[in-house]
Write a protein that binds this ligand. Structure first.
Ligand SMILES: [Zn+2]
Length: 649
């Protein structure tokens, strides 16, 4: 039966040479590989198309299109996906875990079995949609599409805030059983629903050109036809967060203005009532904050800068209570119980940013609509430029500065004494650990040799997600942990132990051991072993000196303590900021017995796993275990020796 279902993946790409390889490789490595994978580089001035052509996928290269991503999707859909049962839409910087497409397929198969047919009798009518309002009734509708749960990678403050926000979004959608956006980032859409939307007379294909948030518009049309759109409970997608406030602002202005424009066009109905409510509550929370700052400023100006309980304590406390209430809804809030008070700082900073773009968008969208002008917000997002000349732009710039200044003041006020922002947020590892994808143990049919993957300097917030993906790809690795990082991320170390990875000792503080008195160097090793044992119940089984900086006494000491010294024979040099494909290029040089050095401190770790899995399979190499060896092996790369070897796992 499964071969009868036709699944097509569409991946529009605009200048994504850095990420496209990881995206494609993750699709090719799915437990259920799509029947057709169409990469659509459009208007690219970089090597995106060339890189895509090195994979067994269909590359539909298009010039710069007037309607950009929407037009690219429509053209590819018309040519390759019109007859598909399920269409997977992916951004070219999204990485899917191996279970994604198979799980999506099962969601549809289950639904088709329940409803007997893929099609819905269209009862679309503008204005008076008969769609049900209650979640319980919505759950009875046939499935139109399933969005992924995005997991944003990154350890910076801004990424953590976006991650918390998206986890809240996911949680809300999962709880009520439906969503109003099948995100273009990664979603599976019913082929029948797409055909019905494409047949509407205002468009060339499923995606419309007059909306700036084409995925929101498409989802609305699908829901209007009587389908349910949901967030998948099991499909996760790893994606990039906006790294700067300016980029985040550009992205959110595009979403906000686009959503408001569409809502104003569509009006209030049963399908949009929740979106309208969200807009109103966004504006309410913005105005509440402006009002508070205005009152404080007024008090200052009129010379009443006395301490007033109502304005200095009661009102902020009201915000605090609201945020804590929100915080309680963040899934996996294991440490939130202890630390949720800290959540006020980052979430309040984010609330100010949100207040900014809500306000700006509500000024911008009606102005645009009245002037009948259509601004190219795609370009804005691509360039991450949020500003433009003219009165509106200047006003907005001034507005942003006021909002930013007040935001910073508020944050400073609220954060005195609290130096651990975002500690209570769900970590990537916490999120990754809830993945339910089947474990894929299928390595190459024949292992012509064994290599060891090793990750140094962790654990970090990427460690558990990396380990989880390795496990799903049937790969193993050794993680050489420092004590300082173990203390910061004990959960990640437990995750490694639970996944059965090798755990190595990389000292407590990562010093040049040979520069230390020998007793102190030995203490670095022993203390870290004690620490790791305290966390996992097991002592590390390997030792790697930081910088490979060692001598005979140290190697003998480590060996006597059950941790044979392990250097490396292949260096990916990943720490200099290489892209996933550049790291993978180095892995491509691996041969039997190699011990491969990588570092566990960049988000590329996660995106590289699918590439590594496929490269090793191509080379017929499996990942093995590092064990002590009686012989000493010289390593030309380092001009040093070690006495370990790689054996079958
Ligand atoms: Zn190191």
């Amino acid at each position: 039966m499964s071969s009868e279902r036709h699944i097509v993946a569409l991946v529009p790409a605009y200048n994504e040479e850095k990420s496209i390889a990881a995206t494609i490789e993750a699709v090719l490595n799915q437990e259920r590989v799509p029947d057709k994978i169409v990469i659509i580089p459009n208007g690219c001035s970089d090597r995106t198309a060339d890189i895509a052509r090195t994979f067994p996928v269909t590359v539909m290269e298009l010039p710069r299109l007037e309607h950009k991503k929407s037009e690219a999707l429509n053209r590819a859909w018309l040519q390759y996906a019109q007859d598909a049962d399920v269409v997977i839409c992916l951004d070219a910087d999204t990485v899917l875990p191996p279970n994604a497409i198979g799980d999506w397929e099962q969601e549809f198969v289950y639904d088709w079995a329940r409803h007997g047919s893929q099609a819905v009798t269209a009862f679309a009518g503008t204005g008076s949609s008969p769609a049900p309002l209650r979640s319980r009734d919505i759950r009875e509708l046939p499935l139109g599409g399933s969005s992924s749960k995005f997991t944003m990678l990154g350890k910076d403050f801004l990424t953590r805030l976006q991650r918390a926000e998206f986890s809240r979004w996911t949680d809300t959608a999962l709880r009520r059983g439906w969503t109003s956006v099948l995100a273009g980032t990664g979603a599976a859409i019913s082929g029948e629903a797409l055909r019905q939307v494409a047949a509407m007379d205002d468009r060339e294909g499923p995606w419309i050109y007059s909306s700036q948030v084409e995925d929101f518009e498409l989802t609305y049309r699908i829901r209007q036809l009587g389908y349910r759109c949901q967030v998948s409970p099991t499909v996760r997608a790893y994606t990039d967060a906006m790294k700067t406030v300016k980029a985040l602002w550009g992205q959110r202005m595009k979403w906000q203005v686009g959503t408001i424009e569409d809502l104003l066009k569509i009006g209030v109905n049963r399908l949009t009532v929740m979106d309208w409510f969200q807009q109103l509550s966004g504006m309410f929370s913005a105005f509440a904050r402006y009002l508070w700052v205005a009152v404080i400023l007024t008090l200052c100006l009129v010379g009443h800068l006395r301490f007033q309980w109502l304005w200095w304590v009661a009102v902020p406390l009201f915000f605090v209570v609201l945020q804590v209430k929100h915080a309680h809804r963040i899934p996996h809030r294991d440490r939130v119980d202890v630390l949720y008070a800290f959540l006020i700082i980052p979430s309040e900073a984010f609330a100010w940013l949100r207040a900014g773009w809500f306000t700006a968008a509500w000024i911008q969208a009606p102005v645009d609509l009245i002037r009948g002008r259509h601004k190219d917000r795609w370009g804005l997002q691509y360039r991450a430029e949020a500003f433009r000349r003219g009165l509106v732009g200047k006003l907005r710039l001034a507005g942003i500065r006021v909002v930013a200044a007040s935001g910073i003041a508020t944050v400073a006020l609220l954060s005195i004494g609290n130096l651990v922002p975002a500690s209570g947020l769900p970590t990537v590892e916490a999120i990754a650990r809830t993945g339910t994808g089947a474990i894929n143990h299928s390595g190459p049919a024949t292992c012509r040799g064994y290599v060891a993957l090793t990750y140094d300097d962790g654990p970090t917030q990427y460690t558990a997600a990396t380990s989880d993906l390795l496990r799903r790809y049937g790969l193993h690795a050794a993680f050489f942990l420092t004590g300082e990082h173990t203390e910061l991320n004990p959960d990640a170390v437990r995750a490694l132990a639970a996944d059965g990875q090798m755990i190595g000792n990389h000292t407590v503080t990562h010093p040049h051991l040979t520069d230390l008195p020998i007793s102190q160097a030995k203490q670095e090793i022993l203390d870290n072993a004690d620490l790791i044992e305290a966390v996992t119940g097991q002592r590390p089984t390997l030792f790697r000196p930081p910088y490979g900086d060692t001598n005979d006494k140290l190697s003998a000491f480590a060996l006597r303590n059950g941790m044979p010294e392990t250097l490396w024979t292949l260096d990916t040099n990943d720490w200099i900021g290489k892209t996933p494909s550049q790291v993978d290029d180095e892995i491509g040089k691996a041969k039997d017995g190699d011990i491969i050095l990588m570092h566990d401190d960049e988000d590329t770790d996660i995106k590289t796993v699918a590439l590594i899995a496929s490269t090793l399979r191509r080379l017929d190499l499996c990942t093995g275990r590092i064990v002590p060896d009686s012989a000493s092996h010289h390593i030309p790369l380092l001009d040093k020796s070690h006495s370990v070897k790689v054996v079958p796992w």
